[in-house]
Design a binder for this molecule. Sequence first.
Ligand SMILES: [Mg+2]
Length: 246
Amino acid sequence: MRQIATLQAITFDLDDTLWDNQGVMARTEEGHYRWLLTAFNVWRAERGEPPLALTYEDGLQDYVARRQRLASEVTERRGDFTWLRLRALEEQLQAQGVVKSTALMWAAAAMNEFHRLRVQVTPHPEVDALLHELRRRYRLAAITNGNIHLSRQPLAHHFPVAIAAGELLAPKPDPTPFLTALAKLDAVPERAMHVGDSWEEDVLPAQQLGMHAVWINATGDQALPERVTRIAHVKELPDVLAWWEK
Ligand SMILES: [Mg+2]
């Protein structure tokens, strides 16, 4: 580690950095798909139409397979998870004989439900006060590959700049979202820090751009490249900053 005189900006990954994502993703995946099958079949019944010939299990498996195929076929969209889900649902309904306009409408409705569930994350209890304090001294940005609604997530008010890298069609580790965030924050890489849990998507690209990087990773004692620090939990970030700025 090396002392830095003045740090201007800190960028944060969101999922598994400021909250644990596993539970919310599982609930969101199941919840929006069950909602679609139920609500769509109710809608069909009201029109005297039979229910879809799809069980939850088979339908979900087919939905996942369609997303994977679309991601490999339309490579520039591989990180745009909202687009992949929307198209996969639309295709699946059309494969069930649903007309295109109806399939589009219900795929979009299911994605509304997806986003409603996806923002129900629970930040680590220390994070709100931490960001509140950091905002007084640094310019902050969020950079995520996830397709969470950035203006609706519970910590949105702390981030004047928020980058949805997948929708930029340049998911991390692409340098574009980092450079975009730094440009918007009017900060240079050498005086900026990125905090994230992924070695490949957060730490390496930030470090290679010349940023400082803090790796959130519970265990490990391997040698780290210059400008990289490991902490077990984001609540330890003030210790890192205090050490560097003393
Ligand atoms: Mg993450």
